[in-house]
Design a protein around this ligand. Structure first.
Ligand code: PEP
Length: 255
């Protein structure tokens, strides 16, 4: 199955509008008027979306994402942003269930599921994050955790909705730590996640769904990780803050 890899920059709580403009000035000459064998996505903070859409809105090789969105459309939800509002900013993807939101903000699988379903209703493409902590891995709970995250987080999605959803497998112990899962560890987990998708949605859907790896991906390890048969791109934090390293990952990961 030929799946188009997807490389997504998760800027987290970094880069206001002026830093977004600086990044774009460095990144644009390398991506404008070019075609890539992969999708390239940038997820700035909400306050930088207007600047990001101004800079990238007309660049066909780059799509925008947000890092979270509400499960509701509008109303008395102080501090929240709805998917409906994001439509005005050329946003196509929404990162949901990132481990930082699960761990720091207490997001449960059920809560994330409500957001996934709302995103699909609004035709936004979820980048649905899953992954185990070190304690869970060392306690032999890897498969149990991934099974729960996938079955609850994606419950109620139709096959079409799944096709427009990207899964990001991100072992929590590898995020922002400089410790990357070995290619063998990542491939094993990705193959397992694909088998879970096959159980829940059928073999055809499983063969088509894109599963990104995330966790300390850098230009130097991208090629080895992306060579694994079940790894279809990367979700990148720290190394996507600089145009040159984000580009290095894209280039090495698609070479
Ligand atoms: C992430 O935030 O999803 C991530 C993978 O971060 P980093 O690349 O910095 O490990």
């Amino acid at each position: 199955m030929n799946r188009k890899p997807i490389f997504a920059a998760n800027w987290k709580m970094n880069k206001g509008p002026s830093e977004t403009e600086d990044f774009a000035k460095g990144f644009l000459p390398n991506v404008e008027h070019k075609t890539f064998p992969c999708d390239i996505v940038i997820a700035p903070p909400f306050v930088s979306l207007a600047k990001a859409s101004e800079m990238f809105g007309n660049v066909s090789s780059v799509a925008l994402a947000v890092q979270n969105c509400s499960q509701f459309d509008a109303g008395a939800y102080t501090g929240e942003i709805s998917g409906l509002m994001l439509k005005e900013f050329f946003v196509h993807y929404v990162i949901l269930g990132h481990s930082e939101r699960r761990a720091i903000y207490g997001e449960t699988d059920e809560f994330i599921n409500a957001k996934v379903l709302k995103a699909r209703e609004l035709n936004l493409r979820p980048i649905f994050c899953i992954g185990e902590t070190l304690e869970e891995r060392e306690g032999g709970k890897l498969e149990e955790v991934l099974r729960r995250q996938v079955s609850v987080g994606l419950a109620g999605l139709e096959e079409k909705g799944l096709g427009d959803t990207v899964i990001a497998y991100e072992p929590v112990w590898a995020i922002g730590t400089g410790v990357t899962a070995s290619a063998a560890q990542a491939q094993e987990a990705h193959a397992f996640v694909r088998s879970l998708i096959a159980e829940q949605f059928g073999a055809d859907a499983a063969a088509k769904v894109r599963i990104q790896y995330g966790g300390s991906v850098k230009p130097g390890n991208a090629a080895e990780l992306m060579a694994c048969p079940d790894i279809d791109g990367a979700l990148i934090g720290g190394a996507a803050l600089e145009p040159s390293s984000f580009l290095g990952i894209i280039e090495n990961g698609t070479a």
